[in-house]
Design a protein around this ligand. Structure first.
Ligand SMILES: Nc1nc2c(c(=O)[nH]1)N[C@H]1C(S)=C(S)[C@@H](COP(=O)(O)O)O[C@H]1N2
Ligand SMILES: [Mo]
Length: 527
């Protein structure tokens, strides 16, 4: 047709045509996959965002990922692990969809079968979670059917268009294939984005959250002393602002809970089970707790630790009111999204202040941090104490029930290990020779920090200056004046001693199964 193709040698022309045809076939597969995902999103607007096929597959992947791989992902991608996971799923699906398109060009039924398998995988994933209902299968069923039908129709059109000599006297043209493929993609975008927007508007809790009026605490705590911060520029504040507070959870879509429809049930091995509404919760005496929350997955020197002033109802009081039966030794918190977190009852009844928190840093709990209610227990890592989107508390025994992380091999107690971190100067920073101020943070939650020591290039340990102590449930910031720093590369190390007198061990341990150990070190270049 074109000038070029008429001057091309015949074999090249044939190859070009085959390549074009393959590209067209792959495009039909991609368009069909888009239609499938879009249709799934549309149905998920009714059945719940977690049941959308890609989210369901992603959630199942999170639940099934072996611990070493999960640790690798957290280490490598940090809080981007979720976008990376979803991106990976989309890419894999796109590759398989393109292959399905190629298959369908020869055998439409075979292409359709690939989509049936996609749908089946989605159904299995959507039903695999502890909170699943049969309706959760629907988006994937519809997605599979829509994808298969779209692919077969496009494949048949494509075949007709490419086997009939063009320009065809009759029958579908290439233009018809383009139009149909474009139409399929347009449908996918409309259904997908429309479904997502409708779902977002249906589940939006922004207004409900803003409507919550926080009652004042029964006995307000005084503000934290300014002297808790060593006053070193570049060192993060003692309290972590909510937007900077670390976030770790398995939720691909954050549970959106309307407090008016929320209630918390406390049951199991208790004399008087209780169910409490959000309004009833607000009517109970509210307590403040300054507490440093940390994650067991934090590597030495890592970022998954933050400090906030929490406001909430006393969890020990509620347990005493319900009357814990003898023999019980575990409290299992369940979240709306099916997470289970087991806390040793001993830690909840030994006198420490543990909360059913409704606010952090003077603000209603942010949705990502568990709105409308989460637990906070000093001294324990988040995975054994800090259930977000909490809806159920069951008093039970360790012998009878293994919660989510324990089933995956993590330690059932989750006592926070002593940790310390160098934050100033930043790793690999260049600093001028002479006097260099070092600063950082140390925590041994609920035991407290007694000392922090620093050493340079493996020399003798020197005691750092500790900023004001605000209590054992909080981290402690420190600073150290390194005098006479000489040009060159230097290694700085830190270690802390907790209030029991135990020195942070040097031996490196991975976060799995009970928290990382080892000294944090950084390298700085003095110029
Ligand atoms: N529902 C739910 N609660 C959860 C988790 C979760 O995955 N789902 N993760 C826990 C873990 S491992 C930690 S460290 C803390 C983190 O709380 P944050 O995200 O508010 O910092 O929440 C805990 N509570
Ligand atoms: Mo965690």
């Amino acid at each position: 047709m074109s000038h070029q193709s008429t001057t091309e040698p015949a074999p090249a022309r044939g190859l070009r045509r085959r390549l074009l045809r393959a590209a067209g076939a792959a495009a039909t597969g991609l368009a069909a996959a888009a239609a499938a995902v879009g249709a799934g999103e549309l149905v998920a607007a009714l059945t719940g965002p977690d049941s959308a096929p890609v989210i369901a597959v992603g959630s199942a992947a999170i639940d099934l990922t072996p611990t070493p791989l999960k640790e690798y992902a957290v280490r490598t991608f940090g809080t981007n692990d979720k976008p990376v996971l979803l991106g990976g799923i989309y890419l894999t699906m796109a590759a398989l969809a393109a292959l399905a398109g190629l298959l369908a060009a020869r055998r439409p039924a075979a292409g359709a079968a690939v989509f049936a398998l996609f749908g089946a995988l989605g159904v299995w994933a959507a039903l695999s979670r502890s909170t699943s209902t049969a309706a959760d299968a629907l988006p994937s069923v519809v997605a599979g059917v829509v994808g298969a039908v779209a692919l077969v129709r496009l494949a048949v059109l494509l075949r007709a268009a490419t086997t009939i000599p063009t320009p065809a006297p009759v029958g579908p043209s290439r233009r018809a294939v383009l139009v149909a493929t474009g139409g399929t993609v347009a449908f996918a975008a409309l259904a997908g984005f429309g479904g997502r927007a409708f779902s977002d508007s249906r589940t939006d809790v922004t207004a409900a959250r803003e409507a919550v009026r926080l009652p004042p605490p029964a006995e307000p705590l005084p503000p934290l002393p300014v002297a808790t911060h060593p006053g070193v520029p570049g060192l993060a504040g003692f309290s972590t602002p909510n937007p900077d507070f670390y976030r770790v959870d398995t939720a691909l879509t954050v549970p959106k809970i309307d407090p008016r429809r929320w209630s918390l049930r406390l049951h199991g091995l208790v004399d008087h089970p209780v169910t409490i509404s959000f309004d009833e919760l607000l009517k109970r005496p509210l307590h403040e707790l300054d507490h440093t929350l940390s994650c067991v997955s934090n590597e030495v020197g890592g970022p998954y630790v933050s400090t906030a002033r929490w406001l909430g109802v006393s969890l020990p009081d509620l347990l005493r009111q319900a009357g814990v039966r003898s023999g019980a030794d575990q409290l299992v918190g369940r979240s709306q999204d099916g997470m289970t977190i087991g806390t040793p009852l001993e830690a909840l009844l030994d006198g420490r202040s543990a909360l059913l928190a409704i606010a952090m840093n003077g603000e209603v709990l942010p949705v990502a941090h568990g709105f409308p209610c989460r637990s906070v227990v000093p001294g324990l890592y988040g995975y054994t104490s800090a259930t977000k989107w909490l809806v159920d508390l069951e008093v039970t025994t360790f012998a009878r029930y293994d919660p989510y992380w324990v089933r995956r091999g993590w330690d059932r107690t989750g006592t926070v290990r002593t940790a310390s971190r160098i934050e100033v100067p930043a790793a690999f920073a260049k600093v001028p020779a002479g006097d260099v101020t070092l600063a950082g943070t140390a925590w041994a939650t609920h035991r407290g920090i007694a000392a922090v020591e620093v050493r340079v290039d493996g020399g003798p340990w020197a005691e750092a200056r500790l900023a004001a102590d605000a209590g054992p449930d909080l981290w402690r910031q420190w600073s150290y004046d390194w005098t006479g720093a000489e040009p060159g590369t230097h290694r700085i190390e830190v270690r802390a001693t907790d209030a029991t007198g135990a020195v942070q061990p040097q031996a490196r341990a991975t976060p799995f199964p009970s928290g990382a150990t080892g000294w944090h070190s950084t390298v700085v270049t003095v110029t």
